[in-house]
Design a protein around this ligand. Structure first.
Ligand code: SF4
Ligand code: SF4
Length: 161
């Protein structure tokens, strides 16, 4: 697991470098972190964030946010990611893949808020496979899924003797 998490964080650095080539900096308006749409976060990324944050209440809120359960938590249709601090991301170094590519890439060309600086400049995508370095990201997440299956298998083995 440690090795996989290290690889994930190395991958994030590589992805950020790759995205710098878009030559457009985020406007830091914070709008995208207030949207109550589904945010895809793989369990490997949840594990990574959870270890850094070490706050079960915030992690529960984050899971609900990513599952679009905000209405139950905040009592209204608007809300924001529990890791948003002002207009900034409080877990910037560990933010998930989808938060990193958001803005640079625009789902079906219509997912960006009106104020977003990337509007009109983003790359349209219609499926996740079109996102940058996605095959590499998938290899990491599959590694995690295999690890989970293996440890589940080990745990169900009868004790020796
Ligand atoms: S993790 Fe950070 S970038 Fe992603 S939605 Fe939350 S505050 Fe925004
Ligand atoms: S809406 Fe666009 S400009 Fe604003 S924080 Fe999100 S990515 Fe950056």
């Amino acid at each position: 697991m440690e090795n996989l998490l290290k690889k994930l964080n190395n991958f994030y650095e590589k992805l950020d470098l790759y995205l710098q080539s878009s030559k457009k900096d985020c406007g830091v308006c914070g709008e995208c972190c207030k949207i109550t749409s589904v945010l895809y976060v793989h369990p490997l990324e949840m594990e990574n964030i959870g270890r850094q944050v070490n706050n079960s209440v915030k992690m529960k809120r984050f899971r609900d946010f990513t599952d679009n359960d905000l209405i139950d938590i905040w009592g209204g249709k608007s809300g924001h990611c529990p890791f948003q601090e002002g207009d900034l991301c409080g877990i910037y170094a560990f933010r998930p893949y989808q938060c990193r590519v958001y803005g640079h890439y625009d789902y079906k060309g219509r997912s960006l808020p009106v104020r977003c600086v990337y509007r009109g400049h983003a790359v349209r995508y219609d499926s996740r496979e079109e996102l940058p370095l996605y095959a590499e990201f998938t290899a990491l997440t599959e590694g995690y899924d295999i690890l989970l299956r293996e440890s589940a298998g080990l745990n169900t083995n009868p004790p020796p003797g």
